[in-house]
Design a protein around this ligand. Structure first.
Ligand SMILES: O=C(O)Cc1cc(O)ccc1O
Ligand SMILES: [Fe+2]
Length: 427
């Protein structure tokens, strides 16, 4: 495959054409679009949303998306959406070992939900895993319920979207707008990773407040694709997530038939090694919100529908400080995954490809071994290297799914990792 090219900047008004002159200039909907193309608008926000939140893209395509057959239900045993499809959550902390690398089909077939809240299309999120062993071939996914954030853990992905193609390797993430067709093909087999389905407001960069005008994830490091259209003819299966269920229809052409486009509703990728990590240079441990890459706000200021937070390689320099996370109980719910290496609160127990769920008000923190080590460590500057953990943090409790509780590699003895913490009080 030839090297792909990208357009840079988060939220920019981009434009791209795969064929010279395919993009109308000076108007969006000329009487006849250039080269016999059809103009089609995809809006990600209400027309009247404030400018800062307004997202839409104009596509100039060989056939519009209305040319599709009727939809029929498609069964999917393990992809769940919204609180109604979750199970009763016990107040125990939960942790899963790495998702087994069995052949579970292509990206869509292999999706399995760990935990869900809210309601698809309205608010809330789902945390999922995939193990993609096959390409999707002539099959595309349209998630009308959610924006999808893909976090590869092993294996590079080629993501084909209506606006073009993205190559995404572990350490990078991809963001796919709600309602836009795409397919995810493994470039290394099997490819494993995590997905956040965001049913709420689209992910955006967090405000920087006193940090100033630079830092954390910088807008210029987000990369959008350039226009690309599939040349081969023939049927395509469109798989649609709609109303918390899957549907399937066949059409006689590829949905990846957009020859030119312009707009700010775009898929993108981001390399987390570009994240400018901030933390203390004196003492104590900043709240993990300092590691927020992207946030989906809810209607209550500061209470995220979902935050995407990373724990990347960084220097630990705090003086007279217990450096790993403190023990805590939060109203917010924390779903975590590990892409690479070790996580400082659970250096041995939390494995790459595994996951944990510390739900609303569920106490957690460093395991006994991490506590003992950090309490006695020589506090010289220390680099946490070759590591990447992440968190999907959401304001509503998450409900684990039947798969997560009964089929997935759920650890039955997770809570024992804290049992060695003895009462050391000396009067
Ligand atoms: O629980 C976790 O491991 C994530 C986390 C990290 C941290 O440094 C502070 C709070 C928090 O929830
Ligand atoms: Fe936590």
């Amino acid at each position: 495959m030839t090297e792909l090219t990208y357009l840079t900047g988060f939220g920019n008004q981009h434009s791209s054409e795969a064929h010279p002159g395919a993009l109308p200039i000076g108007r969006n909907s000329p009487q006849r679009a250039p080269h016999g193309l059809y103009a089609e608008l995809l809006s990600g926000s209400a027309f009247t949303a404030p400018r800062v939140d307004n997202q839409r893209t104009w596509m100039y395509r060989r056939q519009p998306s209305v040319v599709v057959g009727g939809y029929e239900p498609l069964a999917h045993p393990r992809w769940k959406s919204g609180a109604a499809q979750g199970e009763c959550a016990s107040p125990d902390p939960l942790r899963w070992g790495p998702t087994p690398l069995h052949d579970d089909g292509d990206f869509v077939d292999s999706l399995r939900s760990y935990a869900v809240n809210g309601e698809p299309g309205l608010h809330g999120m789902g945390a999922l895993a995939y193990v993609a062993s096959h390409s999707m071939g002539r099959r595309a996914l349209v998630n009308a319920d959610a924006e999808m954030l893909i976090v590869p853990q092993q294996g590079r992905l080629l993501i084909t979207t209506e606006l073009g193609r993205l190559e995404v390797a572990p350490g990078s993430i991809a963001l796919l707008p709600r309602g836009m067709a795409f397919k995810v093909d493994p470039l290394d087999v099997p490819a494993r990773g995590y997905v956040c389905e965001n049913y709420g407001a689209a992910f955006r960069l967090p405000e920087l407040g006193p940090i100033g005008s630079n830092g954390l994830a910088n807008a210029r490091d987000f990369e959008a694709p350039v226009a690309w259209h599939e040349q081969e003819e023939g049927d395509y299966q469109i798989v649609k997530r709609y109303g918390g269920r899957l549907w399937r229809a066949t059409q006689a052409h590829s949905p990846f038939n957009v020859v030119a486009w312009h707009g700010n509703l775009v898929p993108c990728r981001y390399d987390t090694s570009r994240f400018m990590t901030i933390n203390t240079v004196s003492f104590d441990h900043t709240d993990p919100s300092i590691f927020t890459v992207l946030t989906s706000p809810s209607d209550t200021p500061g209470w995220a529908n979902v935050d995407f937070v990373i724990f990347p390689p960084r220097w630990m320099v705090a003086e007279d400080t217990f450096r790993p996370p403190w023990y805590h109980r939060n109203v917010m719910s924390e779903f975590m995954g590990l892409v690479l290496g070790q996580y400082d609160a659970k250096p041995e127990g939390f494995k790459p490809g595994g996951a944990s769920l510390h739900n609303s008000y569920v106490p957690h923190g460093p395991d006994t071994e991490a506590f003992d080590k950090a309490s006695n460590a020589d506090l010289k500057p220390h680099k946490l290297d070759a590591t990447l953990a992440f968190m999907f943090e959401t304001r509503w409790p998450l409900k684990p799914t039947a798969w997560a509780l009964h089929e997935a590699p759920l650890e039955t003895t997770y809570a024992r990792c804290w049992q060695g913490l003895k009462d050391e009080f000396k009067a």
